[in-house]
Design a protein around this ligand. Structure first.
Ligand code: SAH
Ligand code: SF4
Ligand code: F3S
Length: 494
């Protein structure tokens, strides 16, 4: 395998532009450009005619939504989708770099796909998403996975049509990963399915928590203009979507990068409340930027759902300091009290990392005591995974593996008990459920979510899919609640 080198950024022919951590770390003052002129070139509109694509998505909602954009572009090129690897002419792996096990899965899949590529030499195999932004990953693919045809980064998604063309024309690996923060490209096509839609309100992250790879893989924090976000949500409402989730790594920092206007996430949510769409959610909130104005706006509920995902990461101020989270245990607890007082019935979920470098038994106990104080309704818990190039990767990883596992186990016991307790409180209650589809295990059972994002299973007719149902909770469990349909239509409960 050989690779060609680009002569300049403007050289759109086959080229090789690998990621650079040095550049990804930079945060410049230059303005972010918003581009509204994305178009699939006329001559490429038949490019995918008669061909099939498949995209495997790993990681968070940001990646899920990027996949919708790539699907949108591929379908405008004439491709149709398939779920069968054997049938696909293009396979893209949209990858996640957040922990080592996320990366292991992708390398495993690349190993399997080697056989398929040998059988089908014309198959185009591409790797995109957060792993492509990592120097080490791209080197490893170049050295050990020469059967990959295309690598492109999170800032290069809009370049997919041109890159695919290059990948077909070339017998060499095409690599295009820009490490400088991308512009905002507004009118990319998107293929959305179902009744729920994701909408990016911002890209990137400037928080640089010391364990986290995201600021390097997603670039500088940059907010979409409010008029563009509101227009997209209004359009989705008109199309009949029932639930919109606003996306950002730290939605509370929304608007802080605007120089010409003063408009915060609280202002955006206040404007969202005026749009005729039944449910608005958002993720993820960073405790540091969660201001009183936002709490006040959310307290009016309506179409703003009373579920807040508020990652705490640790209950020890000392560990939080080394994680560079920029808040203390006390500040977090104050914020939780504020939210619980202002928004009755608010459901809080969180993310927690155990075994951060230097975490002592006492510091881990502080995490347990914080969990007991807040009584989270649900939570995601992780063992710390060192990410190359982050500040924490240079700290001594001195918590033994079995201690990390034991801490995770103990934490999950406590979290599970609170999840069960919080679901138990719903016994006998009637909840409003947006019916999403058939349950995975039993096609006679429907599944949906409450305003507070709890999973509900109940028996009912498939006609209910895509609408709201009222369900009486009869069997609360730890991770979901079971219930029965209330025959009489009730008033909306909000
Ligand atoms: N932007 C979000 C988090 C995105 S990543 C926030 O700041 O809250 C989702 C979660 O993965 C994080 O909240 C954290 O708990 C976990 N995580 C991130 N990096 C990790 C690492 N190196 N090891 C283990 N867990 C990690
Ligand atoms: Fe990562 Fe911290 Fe940014 Fe979240 S806020 S994406 S944890 S750096
Ligand atoms: Fe993973 Fe990238 Fe999301 S690292 S969690 S896919 S932003």
């Amino acid at each position: 395998m050989t690779v060609k080198t680009a002569k300049s950024d403007k050289d759109f022919s086959i080229y090789f532009q690998p990621p650079s951590y040095k550049d990804a770390k930079k945060r410049g003052k230059e303005n972010i450009e918003v581009l509204y002129d994305f178009n699939i070139p006329e001559e490429m509109k038949e490019f995918g005619q008669g061909k099939r694509y498949m995209i495997r998505t790993y990681g968070c909602q940001m990646n899920e939504h990027d996949t919708e954009t790539m699907k949108g572009m591929l379908e405008e090129l004439g491709y149709t989708s398939t779920e069968e690897k054997q049938e696909a002419d293009v396979i893209l792996l949209n990858t996640c770099a957040i922990r080592e096990n996320a990366e292991d899965k992708v390398f495993g899949e690349l190993g399997h796909l080697k056989h398929l590529k040998l059988e089908k030499p014309n198959l185009v195999l591409g790797v995109c998403g957060c792993m492509s932004q990592e120097e080490g990953v791209v080197k490893r693919i170049l050295q050990k996975h020469g059967h990959v045809d295309l690598i492109f980064g999170t800032h290069n998604i809009h370049r997919l049509p041109a890159l695919l063309q290059d990948a077909y024309l070339s017998k060499e690996m095409v690599v295009e990963v820009w490490s400088k923060e991308g512009d905002i490209i507004e009118n990319l096509p998107k293929k959305r399915e179902g009744m729920r839609a994701w909408v990016n309100i911002m890209y990137g992250c400037d928080k640089f928590c010391t364990y986290c790879i995201v600021p390097y893989t997603r670039g500088k924090e940059r907010s979409r203009r409010p008029e563009d976000v509101l227009a997209e949500v209004r359009d989705l409402a008109r199309q009949g979507f029932k639930e919109i989730t606003l996306l950002g790594q730290n939605v509370n920092a929304y608007g802080k990068d605007f120089e010409d206007i003063s408009y915060s996430f609280g202002d955006l949510m206040a404007d969202m409340r005026k749009i005729d769409v039944p449910r608005i959610r958002f993720t993820t909130s960073h405790p540091r930027d969660f201001d009183d104005h936002l709490v006040e706006v959310l307290s009016h509920k309506g179409n703003l759902m009373e579920h807040i995902h508020l990652p705490v990461q640790s209950g020890s101020t000392e560990v939080l300091k080394r994680m560079s989270r920029k808040y203390s245990r006390e500040l977090y607890l104050d914020l939780v009290r504020k939210i619980k007082t202002a928004i009755p019935g608010a459901v809080l979920s969180t993310d927690i990392i155990v075994g951060f470098p230097g975490e002592t038994d006492e510091q881990f106990e502080e995490t347990l005591s914080l969990v007991k104080e807040v009584r989270f309704d649900f939570a995601y818990s992780f063992i710390y995974s060192p990410r190359e190039g982050t500040p924490a990767a240079a700290m001594e990883d001195n918590v033994p593996e079995d201690v990390k596992k034991e801490r995770l186990y103990r934490l999950n016991e406590v979290l599970g008990a609170f999840s069960k307790e919080s679901n138990e409180k719903l016994r006998g209650e009637v909840v409003e459920v947006l019916v999403e589809g058939e349950s995975r295990k039993n096609s006679e059972v429907l599944s949906g979510r409450t305003r507070t994002n709890k999973l509900v299973l109940f028996k009912g007719s498939k006609d209910l899919i895509g609408s709201f149902a009222h369900v009486r909770v009869t069997e609360p469990q730890t991770w979901l609640v079971k219930g029965e349909l209330v025959a009489e239509p009730l008033q909306m409960l909000s």
